[in-house]
Design a protein around this ligand. Structure first.
Ligand code: ATP
Length: 243
C-alpha cells in the first residue's frame, strides 16, 4: 500500500533527520517505527503526511507517487495524520471538531453515521459533545483527534506517539483500539515511544536509530533474533502469545 524508498529528510542546511531509509506498509497491516528520541521516526511520518522537507527519495501510495507538500492530495487519497501535538481546535466544541473530520465527504448521511459510531466507541466525546474541546483532558483530546481522523474514512492512518503522557488505563484502551483498526479496513503506521506495546500490536516494526537509519525490521520474533536490536531497545520483543 505504502512504499517509502531511500527517504532523506533534512531541516535547514544541516539537520539530517532521515538518511536513506526505506519502509513498506501492506494493506491491513499495523507497522510501527520505534527507537530513541530524535531517531527520525516522526520525520518519516511527517514526510508521508506531506509535512516534512524531503530532499531525496520517493513515497508511493497504492503505486502512485505522493507529491511533496501536497497535503490535500493525501486527504483525497485516504491518508489521515494524527500529529504528536494532538491538535484539537480548542475554541471549537467537541461536535465541531468531529464534524471537521467529515468536511471533505459528500455522503453526509453516512458521515453522520460514522460520527455516531465513533461516539459509541469513545463515550467521553458524547458526554462533552457541546463543550469546548479545551475542556477535555490529554487522553480525551487524543480520543477526539483519533475519532476526527477516522470519520474522514481513511485507508491509511498515521499515528504519531498517540499514547504519549497518558494514564496507563488510557494507554491500554488506545493500544487495544489501535490493534483492532485493521478489522475496520484501516491500515496503520504508528510511531511510538512505548516500543514494547507497539511491537506487540504490530505485524512488523522498524527499529530506527539516529540519524534516521533502520537497524532492524520484522515481527517480534525477527527483532528478538537480532542481538543489535535487543541491545538497542533494551528488551527482547515478544508477541502477546509468547508472554
Ligand atoms: P521523538 O521520539 O523525540 O519525537 P523522533 O524519532 O520522532 O524523535 P524526529 O522528531 O523525526 O525524531 O527528529 C529527528 C531529528 O530532526 C532530531 O534531531 C530533531 O531535533 C530534528 N528535527 C525535527 N523536526 C525539526 C524541525 N522542524 N526543525 C529542525 N530540526 C528538526
Amino acid at each position: 500500500m505504502l512504499e517509502i524508498n531511500d527517504l532523506h529528510v533534512q531541516y535547514g542546511k544541516s539537520i539530517k533527520a532521515v538518511q536513506g531509509a526505506s519502509f513498506s506498509v501492506g494493506e491491513g497491516e499495523i507497522v510501527s517505527l520505534v527507537g530513541q528520541n530524535g531517531a527520525g521516526k516522526s520525520s518519516v511520518l511527517k514526510a508521508v503526511a506531506g509535512l516534512a522537507p524531503i530532499t531525496a527519495g520517493t513515497i508511493a501510495f497504492e503505486d502512485s507517487p505522493l507529491a511533496s507538500g501536497r497535503i490535500e492530495q493525501r486527504v483525497r487519497r485516504g491518508i489521515a495524520y494524527v500529529p504528536e501535538e494532538r491538535g484539537v481546535f480548542a475554541k471549537l466544541t467537541v461536535a465541531e471538531n468531529l464534524r471537521l473530520g467529515t468536511t471533505p465527504r459528500r455522503d453526509r448521511a453516512e458521515a453522520e453515521r460514522d460520527i455516531e459510531a465513533q461516539l459509541a466507541r469513545f463515550p467521553i466525546l458524547r458526554k462533552y459533545w457541546g463543550k469546548g474541546a479545551s475542556w477535555l483532558s490529554g487522553g480525551e483530546q487524543q480520543q477526539l483527534v483519533i475519532a476526527r481522523a477516522l470519520v474522514s474514512r481513511p485507508r491509511l492512518l498515521l499515528l504519531d506517539e498517540p499514547t504519549l503522557g497518558l494514564a496507563p488505563i488510557v494507554v491500554d484502551m488506545l493500544f487495544d483500539f489501535i490493534g483492532a483498526l485493521p478489522e475496520d479496513g484501516v491500515t496503520v503506521m504508528l510511531v511510538e515511544q512505548n516500543a514494547v506495546r507497539a511491537i506487540e500490536i504490530s505485524d512488523r516494526a522498524y527499529v530506527v536509530q539516529p540519524p534516521g537509519r533502520i537497524i532492524g525490521q520484522g515481527g517480534a520474533a525477527d527483532l528478538a533474533a537480532s542481538p543489535a536490536v535487543v541491545d538497542y531497545l533494551g528488551f527482547e520483543p515478544a508477541t502477546r502469545g509468547e508472554e
